[in-house]
Design a protein around this ligand. Structure first.
Ligand code: SF4
Length: 277
């Protein structure tokens, strides 16, 4: 698939996209990432009601350092799967939605992949959105939060933070990485009074341990800046991507969590004093 033939817009992030930036020389990729003048995007999608307040326009970045067993979009793991896009072009795309977003009290969300793999691009896009008066949200696993300066954090109205699980060993098995940088980022956001919406993916057998969820709930309640918790039930919509990419998908037999387990999980967050859905 050639980048020139693929639209930046997609119906949803579940469209499989691969190799769209593979022709860009390695040295150009490095300088693009360092300057932030260019980034790599899976796509833009519109109309989301789950990725920020109101209705969001979401730009999905490519590149992720996690390897979550339940990842719905493993094509976004590899930066060169994305379309190389200048910050000017991405800004122009966003400008098209500006009026609509105002009418619908919506905003712009940068998601991924892991958006902070392209932190300079992210910073430039957020600054551009701000100049247009658009609400800004960053959907992140928080692992690279220290790449953003305090001033840069001020350009982000809302952080949608994913805490995958609490126990460090379990976290490492689930994602391949240590949870502490995410927790440190959450504490820093709290210290600077930046709003967080927690996103918690509920996967039977992997993230449904009651004690583990309680630890996350208590941690978040103690922060004081977690305005909302979204419990996201696991589903199999990304499964075909694992198969197409010939990746070893281990969750083929895992079902979506039953409603009573979803309710129980929401209840744990609410019992800690949080607003949870
Ligand atoms: S952090 Fe997100 S994009 Fe990265 S592997 Fe996990 S679910 Fe996938």
């Amino acid at each position: 698939m050639a980048a020139g033939k693929t639209s930046l817009e997609a119906k949803s992030p579940y469209e499989l996209r691969v190799n769209l930036g593979r022709d860009m020389p390695e040295s150009d990729v490095r300088s693009a990432l360092a300057s932030g003048d260019m980034g790599f995007l899976h796509s833009f999608t519109t109309g989301s009601t789950v990725d920020g307040p109101g209705v969001s326009v979401v730009a999905w970045t490519t590149g992720c350092m996690y390897r979550c067993l339940y990842c719905h979009n493993p094509d976004t793991w590899t930066m060169s799967n994305g379309i190389p896009v200048t910050v000017a072009k991405a800004t122009e795309q966003l400008r098209k939605y500006r009026q609509g977003l105002k009418v619908m009290s919506g905003g712009f969300t940068l998601s991924g992949g892991e958006a902070l793999m392209q932190d300079r691009f992210a910073v430039k896009l957020f600054a551009a959105a701000r100049r247009m008066g658009i609400h800004t949200a960053l959907d992140t696993n928080g692992y690279l939060g220290d790449r953003l300066s305090d001033e840069e954090l001020e350009t982000i109205d809302l952080v949608l933070l994913d805490i995958k699980t609490w126990d460090p060993e379990r976290h490492k098995k689930l994602t391949g990485m240590d949870p502490e940088p995410t927790l440190a980022f959450a504490r820093r956001l709290a210290a600077r009074n930046r709003s967080i919406w927690l996103r918690f993916v509920l996967v039977p057998g992997l993230t449904d341990d009651v004690d583990d969820i309680s630890q996350i709930a208590n941690f978040c309640a103690g922060l004081g800046n977690v305005r909302r918790v979204d419990v996201l039930p696991f589903h199999q919509m990304g499964r075909y991507k694992w198969e197409k990419l010939k990746l070893n998908y281990q969750l083929g037999q895992v079902q979506a969590p039953p409603p009573e387990i979803v309710d129980r999980t929401i209840g744990i967050f609410r019992a800690a004093g949080l607003t949870a859905y």
